[in-house]
Design a protein around this ligand. Structure first.
Ligand code: PLP
Length: 359
């Protein structure tokens, strides 16, 4: 079976965790600080605040921008529910927007139509590792005095016009969940150049404390552990290399799939770097049938995400978002992660050709 990517935990991570456990320093401390400095430098952001998940990064970031009851935040419905949860948890209203058919990221032309006096921010999601159309989004935001939030949970290292994910918005949120381009097991980070947001996030993740037992605001416990931080430091050392491999594999698979009827390979936005968190195609025929035939031929596949957020029971909105609805019922992610060999990718392409030819 050629399976979807599993996280790569090597000897270096095991040694780092063993050492850290033996040191007795387990909760947020020096290693978290070291990870923050290294991640900020890697991204090219002036500050990084590490937390216990990508969802916490978004939640705290939103609170730090002053988003709350009565506010609206425009975001794509085609994402993981955490994007919208982080808005709803502040008491603000998520307003769901459609996506661009070629890139699966928020459609700037449709964003403009959703702006009201209540709109406070636009949240973009760099889905599957592909940058959203940040040039147009930035223009719209500045024309209307809106803030920009980047959900960069899937986009470590992506950039547009040379400017990295996590440096376009008022803040960016990254996730280090095991399936992401790098992991700390559970973990997340806020990147920002706004000192006010940085200061707020450092307090909010730690009970609102500015120093020990000096609680300035009502806060959360969303701290990262030292164990997660040392895993993160080790994974970060490999990130450049694993990202390159993801890209190389994706481009090779796209080449192999060219000319196959009924399967549309992912497009890469011009002047950008797509880091292929997922390699996602659009399938013309019945997706479930296609999946089961591929599975029979030893190819595992996955669907991210089978339901747009606005149609999930938690949000339960009736609106039709044409492109979102189409993409969520026709998208299929193939196993093309950094550990895959050219031979495996050829086998995937061969299986797809076989299924397409016989149907
Ligand atoms: C993974 C993910 C999140 C949430 O990150 P967690 O670390 O799982 O909390 C948010 N948004 C997107 C797009 C994601 O893929």
């Amino acid at each position: 079976m050629i399976s979807m990517s599993k996280p790569r935990i090597g000897l270096a991570e095991k040694v780092a965790v063993w050492r850290q456990l033996s040191s007795g320093r387990l909760a947020q401390g020096e290693k978290v600080r070291e990870f923050e400095d290294k991640f900020a430098r890697w991204v090219g952001s002036s500050a990084c605040i590490a937390v216990n998940s990508g969802t916490s990064a978004l939640h705290i970031g939103n609170l730090g921008l002053g988003i709350g009851p009565g506010d609206e935040v425009i975001l794509p419905s085609f994402s993981f529910a955490a994007s919208a949860n982080s808005v709803a948890l502040t008491g603000a209203t998520p307003v769901f927007c459609d996506i661009e058919p070629d890139f699966f990221t928020i459609d700037p032309l449709k964003v403009s139509k959703l702006i009201t006096e209540k709109t406070k921010a636009i949240m973009v999601v760099h889905l599957y590792g592909q940058m959203a159309e940040m040039n147009q989004i930035s223009q719209i935001a500045s024309a209307h005095g809106l803030m920009i939030i980047e959900d960069a949970a899937q986009a470590h290292g992506a950039h547009l016009g040379g400017r990295p994910a996590g440096t376009w918005g008022d803040y960016g949120a990254f996730s280090f969940y095991p399936t992401k381009n790098m992991t700390t097991i559970e973990g997340g980070a806020i990147t920002t150049s706004l000192e006010g947001v940085e200061h707020f996030a450092r307090m909010m993740r730690n009970q609102g404390m500015i120093a020990k037992y000096q609680n300035e605001i009502v806060g959360l416990n969303n701290r990262m552990t030292e164990i997660s931080a040392v895993i993160g430091i080790t994974q970060l050392e490999r990130l450049e290399k694993t990202n390159s491999k993801r890209i190389e594999n994706a481009l090779f698979l796209t080449e192999l799939l060219s000319g196959v009827p009924g399967v549309r390979a992912p497009s890469v936005r011009p002047d950008s770097m797509h880091v292929f968190h997922q390699y996602t195609v659009i399938v013309a025929q019945d997706r479930e049938l296609f999946r089961s035939e591929l599975s029979r031929l030893g190819i595992e596949t996955a669907v991210y995400y089978p339901s747009p957020i606005h149609k999930l029971p938690a949000f339960n909105q009736a609106d039709d978002l044409e492109v979102t609805d189409f993409v969520s019922s026709h998208c299929l992610s193939l196993p093309a992660g950094p550990e895959k060999s050219k031979k495996q990718l050829e086998k995937i392409s061969f299986a797809i050709r076989k299924v397409m030819g016989s149907s």
